[in-house]
Write a protein that binds this ligand. Sequence first.
Ligand code: UDP
Ligand code: MG
Length: 316
Amino acid sequence: MKLLSVVVPCYNEEEMLEGFYRETVPVLEGCGWDYELIFVNDGSTDATPAVQKRLAGENSRVKIVGFSRNFGHEAAMIAGIDHARGDGVICMDADLQHPPACIPEIVERFEQGYDVVTMVRRSNEGQRLWRRAASKGFYRLLNALSPVRFQENASDFFGISRRSAEILRTQYRERVRYLRGFVQSLGYRCCAIEYRAGRRASGESHYSLPRLVHFSVTTLCGFSDVPLKLGIYAGLLAGGLGVILMVYSIVKRLFFNDTVDGYTTIVVALCFLFALTLLVIGIIGEYVSVLMQELKGRPIYLVEELVNFDRRDGEE
Ligand code: UDP
Ligand code: MG
């Protein structure tokens, strides 16, 4: 029998967790695969760990990964994936915004051989208009600036096959991360399922506006080096304009002699120095971009299949 791992990051979810468990377990029991339900306790300060332990005592398929302090949602998902042993791994939130009723559909896709099942929010009831607009704008920008194609409205609700999980475990170990982005950049056989995101059943969302802005900026910088390269573009532009201004000033001085004394020298020197400075910043930007790529150590390629490589040529 195949094993399904369900990873659930929990941070101060004492009110929600029991309800989540009661709703999810019957779905898991009916999905046709054996299952493990991995609760990650991301340094909760309320009774979340106690609730988790009670559920684990009641059901040995419930497993707990407890953090020493709060490390954030993404870290919790990664820890869950690291500890999952399943043939398929599903990440979902504890607040029932990711409907457990979708699980059998994801399992069906795993059965069909899909490696990445992205869950796409159809509507975000309870999400304010500005948040929806900001999210759309963000995906537009990210897609324009990055070589990876990101699914708009992808959520932290997704399913990945064993081999995808293994790649995340071994080859995507960056400190600054965007797990959803990594999942989207794997390739392999991907599909998307639409779902209706519910309202947060109780408690408060843990993502505030400043946190979302910070998240967007680090994501853009993590998947695109266009911002870094702005220096070199600005340098080239300013340099080009400077050369035109320089020639113009020199011609004016030599042939028409109608400029104030010293003007030409100042303009020429200014243009030259500014262009030089911006170019140097741009060149440093290029080096930083190379450094970042090396530091991130992302896989250079991912092989899907090899043909005839097991033949032992020259032996027979
Ligand atoms: N979460 C977490 N660590 C955090 C913040 C949130 O593990 O520092 C968990 C939280 O318990 C929930 C999920 O991540 O299961 C999503 O959090 P939330 O519902 O607050 O985010 P939103 O749905 O508003 O994006
Ligand atoms: Mg939520």
